[in-house]
Design a protein around this ligand. Structure first.
Ligand code: CO
Length: 505
């Protein structure tokens, strides 16, 4: 019996590695498409991608995979649920079931609708008229309902969609944690707003030559541990991090000559994603044990390096003297404290992607509440702008002047990415909880950062999170690493301490 199951496991692993190789070809094509492809090459690229996607789909949904899974699941190979074999089988089963449960006609209809709905969104945003997009959102929601019903769920439909991004998480739990966060966050934003202290952010908007920005960003990202022998940095309009395979993790950024922070913190953010990918165990490449846990856990790594480390005072105690020398013409009259305050400016703003680390989460809470209500049937899509603006006023004290700068600003809903938004704030919450634990276990991290030493924190993350791949689901991982379930308290105490000092509140 055991021999048979072991043979099945070997076959399953081989199949998955082959599928992974095909997928990694598609990742490389995708990277090229977003960086260097000449415009006229796009239609041919779309054909290459669609051919590969079809081959991958056929291979992954073949009944062979189902048979192999059955064979292994009925053996002692999966007795220990945390063993690599059991974890791989658990996660491959999850994905396989989803793929085979979804009717082909529904998959095709969703894919067609995404294209049309995204076009409608682009037009609606241009004209700043939500009602042009509203029927598409209603249609997309209906299709995603059908998807959720086909896949199945325990408590509520929304959970079936959440599973694509944050396996094991539930809307009920997110709601509970976000409810705790909302009240305290709104109070903190109000307190900051009524403080008489304001940083001079104009110092960040001086002349910062792009070639120098590249050197500074790359140096900082290499200092925190991003391995440029196993990765690279290129330029794109929308920054991202992609993994081609072991030893090949690529990040991108965009430079603005008249802004210091956009590229610098963007690179730290993507490097954080990259460090996670570079820390995965290469022997499990192509298998769940060699993959990241979830979008939320991924974002916890990027946010930790971008904000908890990169926007901290100790980080700049180390880097500022050098950065000042590099950009001498723009920074010679700037003091460390003023620079540190400027990069941590907090103010209510309309656009999520430009928000600071305090108000950012309110943007997410708002989106989660709305998409959850639409999906539950409690909110009609036509009523979205009204609810958006009302809640925006309640959270930020301002009302968006139009839909383009309000409920039409993000692409997500038009693509059917329902259940995606909450992972951003989950990332911040996980980052805070992990970081608090790291500080507890590693002693004086501030001291280390101020000397340019980041290795202890990175080794800790490698050991506690990266090397485990998908062994633990996110809610279990946080308990395993910190001893406590996810809570809003760590993020709030971090924010209150940091911004209390900065704003004197
Ligand atoms: Co990110």
């Amino acid at each position: 019996m055991a021999g048979k199951a072991e043979k099945a496991l070997g076959e399953l692993v081989d199949l998955c590695k082959e599928i992974h190789l095909l997928r990694s070809c598609s990742s490389l094509l995708g990277w090229d498409e977003r960086t260097y492809i000449p415009q006229k090459g796009t239609p041919h690229r779309a054909e290459q991608q669609s051919l590969l996607a079809g081959i991958v789909h056929d291979k992954f949904t073949s009944p062979k995979i189902g048979d192999l899974l059955n064979e292994i699941e009925n053996s002692e190979l999966v007795d220990d649920p945390l063993s690599p074999a059991a974890v791989n089988v658990r996660e491959i089963r999850r994905l396989y079931d989803k793929e085979v449960k979804l009717p082909k006609s529904l998959v095709e209809e969703i894919s067609r609708t995404v294209t049309l709905s995204e076009q409608a969104w682009v037009e609606a945003r241009k004209k700043s008229d939500f009602h042009m997009f509203s029927p598409w959102l209603a249609k997309m929601t209906e299709l995603k309902r059908q998807q959720a019903d086909a896949i199945g769920y325990k408590k509520e439909r929304y959970d079936a969609l959440l599973d694509d991004y944050e396996p094991g998480e539930t809307a009920e739990n997110i709601k509970k944690v976000f409810d705790g966060l909302r009240k305290e966050l709104v109070e903190l934003v109000e307190a900051i707003g009524s403080s008489s202290r304001r940083p001079d952010i104009s110092i960040l908007e001086r002349n910062y030559p792009v070639d120098k920005q590249e050197v500074v960003s790359k140096t900082a990202s290499a200092s925190i541990g991003f391995d440029y022998n196993g990765g690279r940095l290129d330029i794109t309009t929308h920054p991202f991090c992609t993994t081609i395979g072991p030893g090949d993790v690529r990040i991108t950024t965009r430079y603005n000559q008249n802004h210091f922070g956009q590229a610098f913190f963007g690179v730290l953010h993507e490097s954080g994603h990259g460090l996670y990918e570079q820390g995965l165990d290469p022997q499990y490449a192509g298998l769940p044990m060699g993959e990241s846990v979830s979008l939320g856990i991924h974002e916890s790594q990027s946010r930790m390096w971008e904000n908890f480390v990169g926007r901290s005072k100790p980080f700049w105690i180390y880097f500022f003297p050098w950065v000042k020398k590099v950009f001498w013409e723009s920074l010679n009259d700037v003091k460390l404290d003023d620079f540190y305050f400027a990069i941590n400016d907090v103010r209510p703003s309309l656009i999520r992607v430009e928000a600071d680390e305090v108000t950012y989460n309110l943007h997410i809470l708002l989106r989660f509440e709305i998409e959850h209500a639409i999906f539950a049937g409690d909110l009609k899509t036509d009523d979205v702008p009204g609810v958006w603006n009302e809640n925006f006023k309640r959270y930020f004290g301002i009302v968006p002047p139009d839909d383009a700068r309000g409920c039409l600003q993000d692409v997500h809903w038009s693509c059917g990415y329902i259940g995606y938004f909450p992972t951003y704030t989950l990332g911040n919450l996980y980052a805070a909880q992990f970081f608090a634990k790291a500080k507890e276990e590693l002693g004086n991290l501030d001291e280390q950062f101020s000397h340019g030493s980041f290795t202890d924190l990175l080794s800790w993350l490698r050991e506690k999170i990266h090397k485990h791949g998908m062994r633990y689901r996110a809610p279990d991982l946080v308990k395993e690493v910190t001893g406590k379930p996810l809570s809003h308290e760590y993020l709030m105490s971090y924010l209150k301490e940091k911004y209390g000092m900065l704003y004197g509140i």
